[in-house]
Design a protein around this ligand. Structure first.
Ligand code: MG
Length: 371
């Protein structure tokens, strides 16, 4: 089996309402998503989606992704898409770094492997049965009352875990938010306070040593060094997200005992092949992980949640569904959907989701056989 053609689509995904991160310094109203369809000479096709969460969240953006595809896609033509490690080595040789641009191609090759062998991805990623994956809400930064109202809305939709976005330079506002949310949290529900790298280490120490909450705190500062300075001097468990890209980053975080858990996001780390390596490492060292993608439609959510559904219960925390924030659904009704707080998987081969071509529109680029 050989890759004969790669077709690229771009779609803007508007949010149903504006969303603020990092203490309100980052605002999001729509995100730019790229879909790829990888065709083979045997008639099997696979899909992938790459969607950085806007252009302010990570060193990644939609235009950059599509520019990188101009280099990466031709290098994959004529290769066997089932040889996933070779596919990834070919991309790394052709273009070092730029992990987020490699992710949709890698994911499309996983889709082909699954379809060609009749297996859903959760099985290829190691599970005998798929776990029911608990979903977590994502609570935009606001006043304590606004954030508590959003948590109550999410609770009514079945969410039992919440990611409350805090952060900023006014540390007293964050102490107030954290204490108010902790006190108001419905019984049996959990919250992670996600700082999205907004604090300096000094502010992190002030806030985290002042509050009585002992919940997870995520990405308190910008860099691994800064987070390392905070870890061990605060009583809360630390989760890392934005500062981890390569496997080496994860290894460094573990060696330096910076965190007890990580977010594993295929688009941030370069696709499912690399995300699986990190997931398996995390299981080996006893990390607790949120496994989800950086952004995108229910397609991206589903691809990432196959990895979550194949991860042992003890190492799997909840997963976020980006598509729950979107006003457009390019894979109408398909894939990972929240039903009473859980996502359940069936037996459909591959990712099990096919984008609707009428929603994606005309391709923006085609590489290889013009068909
Ligand atoms: Mg985060």
């Amino acid at each position: 089996m050989r890759i004969s053609r790669i077709t690229v689509f771009q779609i803007d995904l508007p949010l149903t309402k504006p969303y603020w991160l990092s203490g309100g310094r980052l605002k999001f109203e729509k995100i730019d998503s790229t879909f790829v369809r990888v065709d083979t000479d045997e008639g099997v096709s696979g899909w992938g989606e790459g969607c950085p969460w806007g252009h302010t969240y990570l060193p990644a953006h939609g235009h950059g992704l599509r520019a990188a595809l101009k280099i990466l896609a031709p290098a994959l033509l004529g290769r066997d898409p089932r040889a996933l490690d070779d596919i990834n080595r070919a991309m790394d040789l052709q273009l070092p770094g730029h992990l987020y641009a490699k992710s949709p191609l890698d994911i499309a090759c996983w889709d082909i492997c699954g379809k060609a062998s009749g297996n859903p991805l959760w099985r290829m990623l190691g599970a005998e049965k798929p776990a029911a994956v608990a979903v977590n809400s994502s609570i935009s930064t606001g006043t304590p009352d606004e954030m508590i109202a959003l948590i109550r809305e999410a609770s009514a939709m079945g969410y039992r875990t919440h990611s409350a976005k805090v952060g900023g330079s006014d540390f007293s506002a964050d102490i107030e938010r954290i204490e108010a949310i902790s006190a108001a949290l419905p019984k049996g529900e959990q919250v992670t306070f996600d700082v999205n790298r907004a604090w300096t280490p000094g502010v992190a120490l002030q806030v985290l040593n002042a509050v009585s909450a002992r919940d997870w705190v995520e990405q308190p500062c910008e860099t691994l060094d800064q987070c390392a300075l905070v870890a061990g001097k605060v009583p809360q468990p630390i989760m890392l997200d934005e500062c981890l890209h390569t496997f080496q980053d994860h290894l460094d975080a573990w060696k330096r005992t910076v965190c007890q858990g990580v977010k594993v996001k295929p688009n941030r780390v370069g696709g499912l092949t690399k995300a699986r390596q990190i997931r398996d490492f995390g299981v080996s060292v006893g990390w607790q992980m949120h496994i989800e993608d950086t952004g995108g439609s229910a397609f991206a959510d589903t691809a990432a949640l196959h990895l979550a559904a194949s991860t042992p219960d003890a190492n799997r925390l909840a997963a976020w569904l980006c598509h729950a924030h979107l006003a457009v659904d390019p894979v109408p009704g398909q894939g990972a959907r929240n039903v009473g707080g859980l996502v359940q998987f069936g037996d459909a081969p591959g990712i099990g989701v096919t984008p609707d071509p009428s929603i994606l529109g005309a391709p923006v680029a085609t590489y290889g056989d013009a068909g």
